[in-house]
Design a protein around this ligand. Sequence first.
Ligand code: TMP
Ligand code: ASP
Length: 239
Amino acid sequence: MQKTTLLYTGKAKSVYETADPDRLILVFRDDTSAFDGKKVEQLARKGRVNNRFNAFIMQKLAEAGIPTHFEQLLTPDEVVVKRLKMIPVECVVRNFAAGSLCRRLGIDEGRALTPPTFELFYKDDALGDPMVNESLSVTLGWATEAQLAEMKQLTYRVNDILKGLFDQGGMMLVDFKLEFGLFGDQVVLGDEFSPDGCRLWDKETRKKLDKDRFRQGLGGVVEAYEEVSQRLGVDLSGI
Ligand code: TMP
Ligand code: ASP
C-alpha cells in the first residue's frame, strides 16, 4: 500500500489517502508540540518510537475487544489504518490528578481520583481545546447521545485494560486522551495512543515518563518513551 494525496497535517502526524477509499496511511513525525501548538520541537526518533508503541497498544486493545482503526505497520514511521469520519471530541479519563485538572480546580498533583473521572474536550487548537459536555456535543452536531455513550464506555474499558498493562511494567496510568470516529455506523478508536497523549509515572519514584517531560522542559523525552516501551516489551528493533 502506498500514500497518494496528503489529506491533513496534524501536530505530530500526517495523514495520506491511499488507492483504497477505506484506508489511510498515518506518518508519525518527530514534531513534538504542547500548549495547543505554541511549543514545537523536533525530537529525533520520536515518530518511530510512537509508531511502534501505538501499534503495540492498539493490538492489545483489539485483542481485548476494543474496535480500533489499526490495520498494520507499514514502515518504521508509517501505519495503515481504517478511514474514519472523526468525531471532534477528545475523551479524557483521569486516575490521578495532573495537568489541567490541577490548574482548574486547585487540586494537588498526584491525588488519587476514585472513581476515575471522564471529561470531554472540543478538538480545536485555536480555541485551546475547551472543555465541553455531552449536551453541547449533541446540540452542536458532533455526535449523537448513543455515540457519546459508546465513546465513554469504550474509554473506561481502555482504562481498565491499560491500567493493568502499565502496572505490570511498574507504571501508573495517570490520565490519557482518546479520539474516536465512525467506520460506517460503528464507533471505532482512532488517532493514536502514545506517551504524547497520556501521563505515565514510575510507580515507586513517580518519575514522569510522558510528554510532561517536554511540556515542563525536563529533558530525556524520547529516552523516557523508549523506557516505557522497553518496560512493556514493545519491539523497537530496526528503527
Ligand atoms: P490535560 O491535563 O491537559 O487536560 O490532559 C489530560 C490528558 O489528556 C493528558 O494525558 C494529555 C491528554 N491530552 C492530549 O493529549 N491532547 C489534548 O488535546 C488534551 C485536551 C489532552
Ligand atoms: N492540546 C494540547 C496540545 O496539543 C495537549 C498538549 O499539551 O499536549 O498542545
